[in-house]
Write a protein that binds this ligand. Structure first.
Ligand code: RNT
Ligand code: ZN
Length: 419
C-alpha cells in the first residue's frame, strides 16, 4: 500500500504560501452543470429513435451503448456522477421531456408536468437543474431558421416554445431551491452569403423580447443567451453572433453564454471574461473544445481550459459564473466522456485555486515581472495531482484511473445489452 502523497504536497504548496485546504474547500463549492445530451448524441426522446437533425451541430462516431430511453440516460448519469467528485448540476434540453404520463405535446405546449420526473430525480440526488429550449431537430427548424424566421407563424411557434421553457425552468429552480439557468441557443443562419444580415437580427431581438416579456424571480431563474461564430450549413452568416448577444445581454441584463468552441480558433475566450463581466451581470460558460470545424470535443486539462479557470479565480468571478459543459462525442464511451470532461474542468479549477495569487499580484504591482513569470512556471510542476487525489478520496470517488474500471464494468454489464 503506497502512503498518501498529500501531506508532502501540502507542505510543498505551503512553502509557496498556498493553503491546499482552502483550495479544496473552495473547489467543493463549485458546481458544474453536466450536459444531458452527451449521453445520447443529442437525440432526445421525443419519439423512438430520435436523432439530432439540423442545427449545424453533429455528434460523430458510433460507439455502442448510447442511452435509448429516459431511464437509460438517468442510469448512465448516475454512473457518471458517482465518478465525479463534488456536488453538481444537470443541464437538460427540452427534447428530453417525459411524455410517459400522458400524450406527447408539441414543443410550444410543453409544461412542467413533462419535466416533473426529472425534477424529482434531481431532488433525490441533491442536483440542481439547468434548462434549454430546443430550437433544432424539428420540422419547423428544417430550413435553418427559428426565432429569426421570416414567416411570423413559424416565429410565433418558437417564441411560444421559449416562453414555455422559461416557465418550466423557473419551476425547476423553485422546486429545487437553486436558480435554473435557461439558455437560448438558436442555429439560425445561412450557408452562403446572405443579402440581408439585418432583418433576421431585428426579428431575433423582437422574438427574444417577446420570450422574456414576463419578469421571473432571479432566485429561481436566470435567462442566458448563447452566440456562435458558424455552424455546419451556417458558414457565412449566424444571426446570433457574439456582438449581437453581447449587445442584447448588456442592454437587457441577461446572462451571456460563452461557449468556448464558438469563436475563432485563435481567440482567447478566457480574456473575454473580465471584459464582458464589466457590462453583463453574469456569464454562463459552455466549456467545450473546438477542433477545426467541430466545437464540441471532450474538454481536456489544456491551456484553454486552464486559462479560463485562472481568470475565474484571479478575477474573483466564480460567484457570477455558471459553469456548464457542452461537448458530445459518440466515438468513445459516453459515460467516460462525461467523467473525463468534468474531471478535467475540475482539475483546471483546482490548479487555478492552488496559485499563489497574493504573491503574483504583489510581484505584478511592484513591476517585478521576473518573479511573476518564475512563480507561474514553478506552479506547473508542483504536485497538484496529489491534492486532486486527496480531493477524490474525501469526496468518495475512485482515485486515479480506478474510475475507468468502473466504467468498463458498467459497459460490460449494462451498455453491452443495448443494441
Ligand atoms: C450549439 C450550442 C448549444 C448546443 C446545445 C445542445 O453549437 O453550443 O449550446 O451544443 O444546446
Ligand atoms: Zn453551447
Amino acid at each position: 500500500m503506497i502512503s498518501s502523497p498529500y501531506p508532502a504536497a501540502r507542505e510543498l504548496y505551503a512553502v509557496q504560501g498556498v493553503d491546499t485546504e482552502t483550495a479544496l474547500q473552495r473547489l467543493a463549492g463549485i458546481p458544474v452543470s453536466l450536459q444531458c445530451w452527451q449521453g445520447d448524441d443529442v437525440g432526445g426522446f421525443e419519439h423512438p429513435h430520435a436523432t439530432l437533425t439540423g442545427g449545424g451541430i453533429q455528434a460523430t462516431g458510433n460507439y455502442p451503448g448510447k442511452a435509448r430511453t429516459l431511464n437509460e440516460l438517468r442510469g448512465d448519469l448516475d454512473q457518471a456522477f458517482a465518478l465525479i467528485p463534488g456536488r453538481h448540476r444537470l443541464n437538460l434540453h427540452a427534447s428530453y421531456a417525459d411524455f410517459s404520463g400522458g400524450r406527447k405535446v408539441e414543443r410550444n405546449a410543453l409544461e412542467l408536468s413533462h419535466f416533473q420526473s426529472w425534477i424529482d430525480w434531481a431532488k433525490t440526488r441533491g442536483l440542481g437543474l439547468d434548462f434549454n429550449p430546443t430550437f433544432f431537430s424539428h420540422p419547423l427548424a428544417n430550413d435553418g431558421f427559428t426565432l429569426t424566421h421570416a414567416d411570423p407563424q413559424v416565429r410565433q411557434f418558437w417564441i411560444e416554445h421559449g416562453i414555455a421553457c422559461r416557465k418550466i425552468g423557473a419551476a425547476m429552480g423553485r422546486q429545487l431551491g437553486s436558480a435554473t439557468v435557461t439558455n437560448i441557443w438558436i442555429p439560425d443562419g445561412s450557408k452562403d452569403l446572405p443579402a440581408d444580415r439585418k432583418a433576421p437580427r431585428l426579428r431575433l431581438e423582437a422574438s427574444l423580447d417577446a420570450i422574456f416579456d414576463e419578469a421571473l424571480d432571479p432566485c429561481h431563474h436566470r435567462d442566458a443567451v448563447e452566440s456562435k461564430l458558424f455552424g455546419l450549413g451556417s458558414e457565412s452568416y449566424v444571426a446570433g453572433s457574439h456582438e449581437f448577444y453581447l449587445g442584447y445581454a448588456t442592454k437587457n441584463r441577461k446572462v451571456l453564454c460563452l461557449d468556448t468552441g464558438h469563436f475563432h480558433p485563435t481567440e482567447n475566450v478566457a480574456d473575454k471574461i473580465s471584459s464582458v463581466l464589466q457590462f453583463v451581470p453574469e456569464i454562463l460558460l459552455h466549456v467545450s473544445r473546438g477542433v477545426r470545424w467541430d466545437s464540441d470535443h471532450v474538454v481536456l486539462l489544456d491551456d484553454a481550459t486552464n486559462a479560463i479557470a485562472q481568470e475565474l479565480v484571479r478575477g474573483d468571478f466564480l460567484s457570477r459564473t455558471h459553469l456548464g459543459l457542452d461537448f458530445f462525442d459518440a466515438s468513445i464511451n459516453r459515460i467516460a466522456a462525461w467523467v473525463i470532461g468534468t474531471r478535467s474542468t475540475l482539475k483546471a479549477l483546482l490548479l487555478a485555486l492552488l496559485e499563489p495569487t497574493a504573491q503574483l499580484r504583489a510581484a505584478e504591482a511592484a513591476g517585478d515581472y521576473t518573479t511573476r513569470l518564475a512563480l507561474l512556471e514553478e506552479g506547473k510542476t508542483l504536485p497538484m495531482g496529489a491534492v486532486w487525489e486527496e480531493y477524490c478520496r474525501r469526496q468518495n470517488v475512485p482515485l486515479g484511473t480506478a474510475w475507468l474500471q468502473e466504467v468498463k464494468t458498467y459497459e460490460r454489464t449494462v451498455l453491452a445489452r443495448r443494441s
